[in-house]
Design a protein. Structure first.
Length: 589
C-alpha cells in the first residue's frame, strides 16, 4: 500500500492515503526508499519518523508501507559486530557504499552468505514448544548460539537439517496440532517495542561483579538489575561504562552508543578487539554487540537504538545467558524524543520533554530482570540495564535524571568536584545508593561470611562521620579535634584514597576481585581498630599515623592478583608489630 507525502519537517514526514496502515509499521519513503516508522495515524494520514536524512524530500513523493512493525533479525552473526540504531551492519555498509554511507542503503542485519555449522539437539518425532532448543551453532569461540523455536510455534519435529547452512536456510520443520507445517530458518524476527516472553521473573539475588571496588562493595548491582550513572561532562561516565563492559562477569555485553560523541565509540572499537576476556583469554569483541548511533548520525534513530539493543539482549537472555546492556546515554535518547514530540506538535511537559518521558524510560528499564526462560530445560537468564545520564550542567534535578531515579534501583552519582580532584571513579559515596543490598546480603554472607557486609557498613559510617567532622574542621581547624576524631579523619582518607580510588589504566588496579576487595578494606579497618585500642592505652597519635606499614597499605591495591593474600598477611603482621611498639614506647615514656 502506498501514499504520498504532504509535509516534511526534519525527520518527521506526514503522508496521506495510508488508511490501511498501522501505528509502528515500517515504511519506505521517497525514491531512495528511506526507512521510517509510523508514529501515529489520523484517518488516512500518517506521521512518520524517518531514520535517515530527509533533505531533498518534498510533498508528492511516494510512501510505501511494508505492513510490518520495526523489527530486528536475531540469529548467528550478531556478536563481534557493529550496527547502527536500526540494526544495519556498519562494516558491510562501508564495504558497499564507502566511508560516507549513502541514504537508502539496504543491507540485511545478518550476513546471508556466511555458513554456520548447525548441530541438531532435537530429533524428528520430538514434541517442541516456544523456547525449546533445536540445535546449536558455535558463533564465536566464547559463545555457543542456541537456535530456538520462536514464540508462537509448537508441535512435532518433522525434520532437522544438520551441517553448514546460511541463516535463511530451513533447519527444521515443525507440524502443529492442526497439521500445519512451520518451516523454521536459523534466525528469527522480533518487533523491538515488544518485550520477548518468558516463563517467570525472579527477584535478582546474585551480584554482577564489575571489578570496581566502589561499585562491588559499596553500591552493588544485581544480575538482572537496573542502574543509572548520572554525571556532568568530564566526570567519567564513559570510562565507567567501558570498565563495566570490560570486566563485568556477564556472558554477553550490548553496548549502545546513543547520541554521544563519535570518538567515544571509536575508543570502544579500537580498544575492545585488543582486550582479552579475563575468563577465557579471547578478544572481548567475541562476546560483544556494539550499536552506534552517535551525535552526528540521524536523531530519530537514537530512539530506535535503545529498543534494538534491549531486544538483542533479551534474545541472548532466552538462551540462558547473563547479558549487560550499557546505554550511553539515555539523556541523548530523551532529547530525540523531545525533538520528535515537538515536531508532532504535542503538548510539552517539563523543560519541553514529552509528558510520556517517564513512561518510555520505564518501558526500557522494566525489560531488565532475572527470568526463567521459555523451554523445557529450565534455563535461567538475566538482562542487566545500566544507563548513563548526562544532565545539562550536572544538575540532576532535571526531568530525565529525576524520572530515571524513580525507576532504577542503583544510583552511581558522579561528582565533578571528585573528578577535578583526580579521584576516579568519581562516584560520590554520600549521594549514591543501591537498593539491592538486602537481597544480595545472603550471597555475600554465604561467600565471605558476615564480615564482608559488616566491613562495608563500618566503612560507610566512617565516611559519613568524616563528612560531619569536615564542618568542624572548616570552622576551627583540625587541631581542635579529639585524637579519636582525628583517627576517624585519617581512616576515612585511607578508605577514599587506598580503597575507593581506582585507576582504570593500570593493569594491576583496573580490576579487583571480591576476595581482593574484601582483604583490602579489612586491612584498612584493622588499622583503625588497632589504633583506637592504642589510643585508649595512651599511645602517641602522631606516631601511630607515621608507622611505615601505612605506606604499604596505600600500595596494597597494586598487589598482584595471585599474591595479594600473602602480601596483605605481611602488612597486617607488620602493622600490628609497629602499633605495639608505639604503645610500648608511650608506656616507657
Amino acid at each position: 500500500m502506498s501514499g504520498t507525502i504532504t509535509k516534511v519537517s526534519g525527520p518527521l514526514v506526514v503522508a496521506e492515503g495510508l488508511a490501511d496502515a498501522n501505528v509502528s509499521d515500517v515504511v519506505r519513503v521517497g525514491s531512495q526508499r528511506l526507512i521510517g516508522e509510523i508514529l501515529n495515524m489520523t484517518g488516512d494520514q500518517a506521521s512518520i519518523q524517518v531514520y535517515e536524512e530527509t533533505s531533498g524530500l518534498g510533498p508528492g513523493a511516494a510512501v510505501e508501507t511494508t505492513g510490518m512493525p520495526m523489527s530486528v533479525e536475531l540469529g548467528p552473526g550478531m556478536l563481534d559486530n557493529i550496527y547502527d540504531g536500526i540494526q544495519r551492519p556498519l562494516p558491510e555498509m562501508r564495504a558497499l557504499a564507502g566511508d560516507s554511507i549513502t541514504r537508502g542503503t539496504d543491507v540485511p542485519a545478518l550476513n546471508r552468505e556466511k555458513k554456520w555449522d548447525f548441530v541438531p539437539v532435537a530429533k524428528p518425532g520430538d514434541q517442541v514448544g516456544p523456547g525449546d532448543v533445536l540445535g546449536t551453532v558455535q558463533e564465536t569461540s566464547a559463545i555457543l548460539h542456541k537456535i530456538m523455536v520462536p514464540p508462537g510455534v509448537s508441535g512435532q519435529v518433522v525434520s532437522v537439517a544438520s551441517g553448514e547452512h546460511v541463516v535463511t536456510d530451513i533447519i527444521a520443520v515443525v507440524k502443529d496440532a492442526k497439521g500445519a507445517e512451520h518451516q523454521l530458518p536459523m534466525y528469527q524476527r522480533w518487533p523491538v517495542r515488544i518485550a520477548r516472553p518468558y516463563t517467570k521473573k525472579y527477584v535478582p539475588s546474585r551480584p554482577m561483579n564489575s571489578g570496581q571496588r566502589i561499585i562491588d562493595t559499596m553500591f552493588p548491582i544485581a544480575k538482572g538489575g537496573t542502574a543509572a550513572v548520572p554525571g556532568p561532562f568530564g566526570s567519567g561516565k564513559t570510562v565507567v561504562q567501558h570498565q563495566l563492559a570490560k570486566w563485568s562477569d556477564v556472558d554477553i555485553v550490548i553496548y549502545i552508543g546513543c547520541g554521544e560523541r563519535g570518538n567515544e565509540m571509536t575508543d570502544v572499537l579500537m580498544e575492545f578487539p585488543e582486550l582479552k576476556d579475563p575468563r577465557n583469554g579471547e578478544p572481548l569483541m567475541k562476546r560483544t554487540v556494539l550499536i552506534a548511533n552517535t551525535s552526528d548520525m540521524p536523531v530519530a534513530a537514537r530512539e530506535a537504538s535503545i529498543y534494538t539493543g534491549i531486544t538483542i539482549a533479551e534474545y541472548f537472555r532466552d538462551m540462558g545467558y547473563d547479558v549487560a546492556v550499557l546505554a550511553d546515554s539515555t539523556s541523548r535518547w530523551a532529547e530525540a524524543l523531545r525533538e520528535m514530540s515537538g515536531r508532532l506538535e504535542e503538548m510539552p511537559g517539563e523543560e519541553g520533554y514529552p509528558a510520556y518521558l517517564a513512561s518510555r524510560l520505564s518501558q526500557f528499564y522494566e525489560r531488565a530482570g532475572c527470568v526463567e526462560c521459555l523451554g523445557a530445560d529450565d534455563r535461567q537468564g538475566s538482562v542487566t540495564a545500566i544507563g548513563a545520564v548526562s544532565p545539562p550542567g550536572g544538575d540532576i534535578s532535571e526531568p530525565v535524571s529525576q524520572a530515571t531515579m524513580r525507576i532504577v534501583k542503583v544510583f552511581w552519582a558522579l561528582d565533578s568536584s571528585l573528578a577535578y580532584a583526580r579521584h576516579f571513579p568519581a562516584i560520590n559515596w554520600l549521594t549514591s545508593y543501591s537498593l539491592y543490598l538486602d537481597t544480595l546480603r545472603p550471597w555475600y554472607t554465604e561467600q565471605f561470611g558476615e564480615t564482608y557486609m559488616r566491613n562495608r557498613e563500618k566503612a560507610m559510617h566512617i565516611l559519613q562521620e568524616e563528612n560531619e567532622l569536615q564542618e568542624i574542621v572548616r570552622l576551627v581547624g583540625q587541631d581542635a579535634l579529639s585524637p579519636a576524631d582525628r583517627l576517624t579523619m585519617e581512616t576515612a582518607k585511607m578508605i577514599r584514597e587506598d580503597f575507593l580510588q581506582q585507576n582504570a589504566f593500570v593493569d594491576e588496579d583496573a580490576y579487583s576481585s571480591y576476595a581482593k576487595q574484601f582483604r583490602l578494606l579489612d586491612v584498612v579497618l584493622h588499622y583503625d581498630v588497632l589504633c583506637r585500642e592504642a589510643l585508649d592505652k595512651g599511645a602517641d597519635m602522631e606516631a601511630l599515623f607515621a608507622i611505615s606499614a601505612r605506606e604499604k597499605i596505600g600500595r596494597a591495591k597494586m598487589a598482584d592478583a595471585g599474591t595479594f593474600s600473602a602480601d596483605y598477611d605481611a602488612i597486617e603482621a607488620q602493622m600490628k608489630k609497629e602499633v605495639e611498639e608505639v604503645v610500648a614506647g608511650g608506656e616507657n615514656a
